[in-house]
Write a protein that binds this ligand. Structure first.
Ligand code: ATP
Ligand code: MG
Length: 560
């Protein structure tokens, strides 16, 4: 994050506006979520852009809840969104607003339009309005109510507000052009009747403004200079500008569109995420497999890594799909630097060191971070019985398998070289234990022998290790674009969560939330913020190691 952000096209526009003195040189942006769900990684792109751009120009950013659709919105979502924006590292200071704060002003603006003869109350049904609208290739036609007099429109609109009509009986529409090539300009609805209480305004209103009407005007009321939104709103910009001009707002914000963030194998739609939560496919909005910010937080993604990712993908007008690897690389880079190393065995296989005394525990010294000596060392207990990864043993191993195999040798990280002498199986033929012997002269660092072997594996002491539930996450979907699948439930990866009974080194016993570790050769992990307790540890795998293998084997060859 230390590099100055590139001058993307939005920053270039703002550079020009500031130097030409447009908006008095001010830069004010906003992030306007609808509180109808939790935020996802797509929103992170918008949050990072809006807050970063304003900060770079010494401006400010509003967090504005676009709460014009009561039925679907809730205070729970408002609270979750605030928590997520804060967690991402941004501060709206005292710029917290709601579209509903402006309901009086919006109503007044609607009356202004009626007074000018550019808005009318339509009494067609929703279905008729749809029919009259026409299609992309066919002009629409005028509603029979389009020529109501200004007086009649005032009277009808005031009665709409007074609650004299049922939902859907009438709507207020802008009077623009039913033959426009842009469907957004074919007399768009501005206000609709909804007899439903609002989480902020209670029962004060039974008519609510439409998104396009509320959005641009709220921008104007707040003095937003650059209203940054995603490309699908480009076709709405003529309406945005039309409304500002007709209402004749003193301040004229400028809408600029950029391409959405689409992340492969992830869902970035609140509506579809909501479906997964409602149907119990995931454990909640903070399920660590979701691309929701709450899920990513619980998974252990550092907010700085998400900000870094958003900066790397940049801001353009070109639609594309970002590979998950790009996000994971930002996560790994951050965690690789920040996380201390520990040893933990995901799928334990017991080893008895037959020539090691039963009643001895040695304390071996392990580095906490190979690249950051200032993080020091710790002691790791070693004894006659240890666990290693089941996958680090192969009975019929290929020649180039440099880990444990019958008669084969391997180095135990920070400990000794051992040789596999005997394989113990149960009645079903499953390998349940290995009998090995250790070479006392090969202790890491202090051994007298300079014997080298090609493989190094991690381990934990059977007597001292802590049993822990570890949740290994994989992608939630088996297709790259789950958003385009009709029934998203058919696209689920049945193996997105594997729960293992792991053994982790005793130094992890008092690990607390928010601290991440690299389990050597395995990946990055943190305790689960919901389910972990010291008595019953639960860990999440944040991300796997990309090249854990290559590195460790190289170190082994160099001798350590
Ligand atoms: P969803 O479909 O998930 O509900 P939305 O756009 O309807 O998304 P809003 O709450 O209206 O959700 O979004 C708030 C802001 O976040 C908008 O300015 C929107 O443009 C932006 N945004 C939403 N999704 C993305 C995305 N994938 N990439 C970049 N910005 C996004
Ligand atoms: Mg929306």
């Amino acid at each position: 994050m230390s590099d100055a952000p590139a001058r993307d096209f939005i920053r270039q526009i703002i550079d020009n506006d500031v130097s030409s003195g447009k908006h008095g040189g001010a830069v004010v942006t906003r992030f306007p979520p609808e509180p109808n769900g939790f935020l996802h990684i797509g929103h992170a792109k918008s949050i990072c852009l809006n807050f970063a751009v304003a900060a770079e120009f010494g401006g400010s950013t509003y967090l504005r809840f676009d709460d014009t659709n009561p039925g679907k919105e809730s205070e729970e979502f408002v609270a979750a969104i605030k928590a997520d924006v804060r967690w991402l590292g941004f501060d709206w200071q005292d710029h917290l607003t709601h579209s509903s704060d402006y309901f009086d002003q919006l109503y007044a603006a609607a009356e202004t339009l009626i007074g000018k003869g550019v808005a009318y109350v339509d009494s067609l049904s929703a279905e008729e309005i749809r029919e009259y609208r026409g299609t992309l290739t066919q002009a629409g036609k005028d509603s029979p109510y389009r020529d109501r007099s200004v007086e009649e429109n005032f009277d009808m609109f005031r009665r709409m507000r007074a609650g004299e009509f049922a939902d859907g009986e009438h709507v207020l529409r802008a009077k623009i052009d039913m033959a426009s090539g842009n469907i957004n300009l074919r007399d768009p609805a501005l206000y609709r009747i909804r007899h439903i209480s609002h989480q902020h305004t209670g029962d004060k209103w039974c008519i609510y403004p439409m998104y396009d009407f509320a959005h641009g005007l709220s921008d104007a009321f707040e003095g937003i200079t650059h209203s940054l939104c995603t490309l699908e709103f480009a076709d709405h910009r003529p309406l945005y500008d039309w409304l500002l001009e007709q209402v004749d707002t003193p301040h004229r914000p400028q809408q600029i569109e950029f391409s959405r963030l689409n992340l492969a194998y992830a869902l970035t739609s609140k509506r579809k995420l909501n479906q997964l939560v409602e149907e119990g496919v995931v454990s909640g909005w903070d399920d660590p497999r979701l691309a929701s910010l709450a899920g990513m937080r619980r998974r252990g993604y550092p907010p700085a890594a998400i900000r870094d990712f958003c900066q790397r993908i940049g801001v353009t007008k070109k639609e594309n799909i970002i590979e998950m690897a790009v996000l994971e690389n930002s996560i790994r880079e951050n965690l690789g630097e920040a996380s201390e190393r520990r040893m933990a065995v995901m799928k334990p296989l017991k080893i008895v060191l037959t020539n090691y005394a039963a009643d001895i525990t040695e304390q071996l010294t392990a580095q906490n971070h190979p690249g950051r000596p200032e993080l020091g060392t710790r002691e790791v207990p070693f004894g006659r019985e240890i666990y290693v990864e089941r996958d680090d043993f192969m009975e019929d191993a290929p020649r180039k398998f440099f880990r444990l195999k019958p008669g084969g040798e391997v180095r135990l990280r920070y400990a000794y070289i051992i040789r596999c002498d005997e394989v113990i199986k149960d009645d079903a033929g499953e390998v349940i234990e290995l009998r090995c012997s250790y070479d006392p002269d090969t202790r890491s660092g202090t051994g007298t022998s300079d014997r080298k072997v090609k493989g190094t594996i991690h381990w934990v002491s059977a007597e001292h290790a802590i049993a822990a539930e570890v949740r290994l996450y994989d992608r939630l979907f088996k297709v790259p674009d789950p958003g385009s699948v009709d029934d998203v439930l058919t696209a689920l990866n049945p193996n997105s969560l594997e729960i293992v009974s792991a053994r982790i080194e005793p130094a992890l016993g008092d690990a607390t939330g928010g601290v991440t570790y690299q389990f050597e050769r395995v990946g990055y992990f943190c305790t689960d913020s919901e389910d972990h307790t010291q008595g019953s540890p639960v860990w999440n795998r944040i991300v796997t190691l990309r090249d854990g293998w290559a590195k460790i084997e190289k170190q082994a060859l160099q001798g350590q």
